[in-house]
Ligand binder design. Structure first.
Ligand code: ADP
Ligand code: 5GP
Length: 205
């Protein structure tokens, strides 16, 4: 059963303005989920919105973490019911999409959110919600290090190869982002991401 809204917001986190919507992009395996999990432990009042996907769960993943895992039929039914801000077929025809009702509810009610999106989905999202969206691109320190991280995470060589194939497309869009950062030293990167988000939240009206 897919919930109507993915997040239960704590009313004390409500801001006296529209919610900020942070979109994190970067090649698969660069460390987006790792960074988000770590900053969420440190920052109060920002919520991770899980994307919806039809890909299978990896060991260590669970429902809502980091995705809402659904069947192809369920995803296609959600497309038909206009439940996505954007969606794409990525990596061997798996669907990935951003849940529109959760995003709109957060923004309209003054809650700050962050989610993960590929570069093409990010373009669609900005076209549809042009205001209060802040985009952050995460780069790997090198392609060798990216391959290493992918191989450490996943023993399925074919799955890793598919993710590496997409890297040039992802990197080709990095200059369109509001912020770019390199995820080299993890502690330093967490600090950098936190300061990007804090900088926006402190200055937005
Ligand atoms: P993404 O969400 O971008 O696909 P993950 O967060 O799943 O990437 O990270 C991919 C792998 O890289 C994981 O095994 C994670 O522990 C590791 N990782 C993430 N950041 C770093 C870092 N700064 N240094 C070394 N390994 C990292
Ligand atoms: P995986 O988690 O299977 O390794 O790869 C996920 C890929 O899909 C990454 O490029 C990630 O940025 C992208 N992705 C994750 N969630 C979404 C989403 O909701 N929409 C789009 N368009 N891409 C997503």
């Amino acid at each position: 059963m897919i919930p109507e809204i993915f997040i239960q917001f704590d009313p004390s986190d409500k801001r006296d303005r529209k919610g900020c919507f942070f979109v994190l992009s970067g090649p698969s395996g660069v460390g987006k989920n790792t960074l988000v999990n770590l900053i969420l432990q440190e920052m109060k009042g920002i919520y991770y919105v899980p994307s919806v996907t039809t890909r299978s769960m990896r060991p260590g993943e669970s429902q809502m973490n980091p995705y809402v895992f659904v069947t192809k039929e369920e995803f296609e039914d959600m497309i038909a019911r206009n439940q996505f801000l954007e969606w794409k077929k990525i990596h061997n025809n798996n669907y990935y999409g951003t849940h529109l009702p959760t995003i709109l509810s957060a923004m309209e009610n003054g809650f700050d959110i962050i989610t993960d999106m590929d570069v093409l989905g990010c373009e669609d999202a900005i076209a549809r919600i042009p205001e209060h969206v802040y985009t952050i691109f995460v780069l790997p320190p090198s392609l060798d290090e990216l391959s290493h991280r992918l191989l450490e995470r996943d023993s399925d060589q074919a799955a890793v190869a598919l993710r590496l194939q997409r890297v040039p497309l992802e990197l080709g869009h990095k200059d369109r982002y509001d912020f770019t950062m390199i995820n080299d030293n993890l502690e330093q990167s967490v600090r950098e991401l936190r300061s990007i988000i804090q900088g926006v939240v402190d200055h937005v009206e």
